[in-house]
Design a binder for this molecule. Structure first.
Ligand SMILES: Cc1cc2nc3c(=O)[nH]c(=O)nc-3n(C[C@H](O)[C@H](O)[C@H](O)COP(=O)(O)OP(=O)(O)OC[C@H]3O[C@@H](n4cnc5c(N)ncnc54)[C@H](O)[C@@H]3O)c2cc1C
Length: 393
């Protein structure tokens, strides 16, 4: 067994989540995929077992605000059901803006209901004309009589229609590019807030992905996160801490697929022996396991750094690397798992085809993997490593 970097207390939490995942979520995974319905029963299971509490401080009703343990929880659940793993990751994504930029009164108003899971959260940055290029957003927030009037819409928002609270980014100064963006908390019962089309998708089918519209929604100034113009910085600080959650979803998918392919390779026989004893299959299994273990090392290191208070450029780089590597591993490894199962890998009776479909989105959302590469290279280009080359002629 690989060396376990978790403390005994952390292992207890992991084992609780692992048991819930195996016993209660795994039997639902195929049905969630087939029905494409949001799994409220899984949310209820999380509420009953304080799973959302993992990511919140005790003073706001949580059990201790550990980023590492949030990643471990997403990983464990995603081994059996990536839709259910995403529910945990997006609760963190949607709450981070309040944790990082909220004032005490905002934290007291919003966090306890998020920690208990009474409310689900969402993060609304993307628009039809603005995905990788977030400064191109067109949603506006106009100051008016001590309130803001929010107009426009967002697309591809996870938890659209099931979230109570949306952290929304809008232009308060449309001519100021990144510096003209401001962040707001928008509650679903705000007059003028509307949920549009929910998209049918290739994978993570039980998760809702949809449009939301702001038809002149009046938002109290008390719901603005940070100052006017700080929205882009807040959005990026959130992503530095949430991208590893997508890495954890990818790692869970990769490890789940590896475990399934391994068991299959022990029992399926061709040419007089289990396929796992054919060297080409054995080599694939070894590569899959090695990639998962390497991905886990990077991901957990990133979680530990967040828990130790890492911020700024150092965090940006490792968080992008963890997201990039874990999710590229997810795509590679789930594809190999389908190959190991042969024809059975391609049919819906076996879970690996679902895992392969689910893995694809992890390379796309929260910044595509092309964007992660740009981020990592940009940080590298800022570093001064000249001293390493001293004496190299
Ligand atoms: C299922 C799902 C859930 C989502 N959930 C959310 C959510 O909860 N909240 C939210 O705000 N958004 C969400 N998104 C949006 C997601 O983050 C965006 O789709 C993603 O960031 C890419 O933006 P885009 O689709 O506009 O692609 P584009 O930005 O149009 O990119 C198209 C292609 O060009 C590449 N590309 C773009 N710019 C560059 C560049 N400078 N250099 C090299 N390559 C480049 C991209 O990598 C991509 O391959 C979700 C999307 C999906 C599909």
């Amino acid at each position: 067994m690989p060396v376990d970097p978790l403390t005994p207390e952390q292992r207890e939490i992991r084992d609780l989540v692992r048991d819930l995942a195996r016993e209660r979520i795994a039997p639902r995974a195929a049905e969630i995929d087939k029905s494409a319905e949001f799994p409220w029963d899984v949310v209820e299971l999380y509420r009953e077992n304080d799973i959302f509490g993992i990511m919140f401080d005790e003073e706001y009703g949580g059990i201790g605000a550990s980023s590492l343990m949030t990643l471990v929880a997403v990983e464990e659940v995603s081994k059996v059901c990536a839709t259910s793993g995403l529910i945990i990751a997006v609760q963190e994504l949607g709450s981070l803006g309040i944790k990082l930029a909220g004032n005490t009164s905002q934290k007291e108003r919003f966090l306890p209901n998020l920690a208990s899971g009474e409310w689900l959260a969402a993060y609304a940055l993307t628009e039809p004309g603005s995905g990788s290029d977030s400064a191109a957003m067109r949603t506006t927030a106009r100051a008016d009589n001590g309130e803001y009037v929010l107009s426009g819409g967002k697309r591809f928002i996870t938890n659209a229609g099931v979230a109570h609270l949306y952290v929304v980014f809008a232009k308060t100064d449309p001519d100021a590019g990144h510096s003209g963006i401001t962040a707001f908390v928008v509650e679903a019962d705000t007059p003028g807030f509307e949920v549009g089309r929910i998209e049918p998708k290739m994978g993570i089918k039980g998760s809702t992905t949809g449009e939301i519209f702001f038809n002149d929604c009046r938002i109290p100034t008390a719901n603005r996160l940070g100052e006017e113009g700080e929205g882009f910085k807040i959005a990026m600080r959130i992503l530095d801490r949430s991208r590893p959650g997508i890495g954890a979803q990818g790692l869970g998918l990769a490890q789940g697929a590896t475990d399934y392919a391994l068991e299959y390779a022990k029992s399926r026989e061709t040419m007089g022996k289990p396929i796992g004893e054919h060297q080409l299959i054995a080599g694939m299994l070894a590569d899959m396991e090695t990639k998962c273990e390497a991905a886990r090392g990077l991901l957990y290191k990133c979680g530990q750094l967040i828990d130790e208070g890492a911020d700024g450029a150092d965090l940006t780089k490792i968080s992008a690397m963890a997201k990039l590597y874990c999710t590229d591993v997810a795509m590679d490894v789930t594809t190999d798992a389908v190959q190991i199962l042969g024809g059975y890998g391609y049919i819906q009776e076996y879970p690996v085809e679902r895992m392969m479909r689910d893995a694809k989105i992890t390379q796309i959302y929260e910044g595509t993997n092309q964007v992660q590469r740009l981020v990592i290279a940009r940080e590298m280009l800022k570093e001064n490593r000249a001293f390493l080359l001293a004496g190299v002629g």
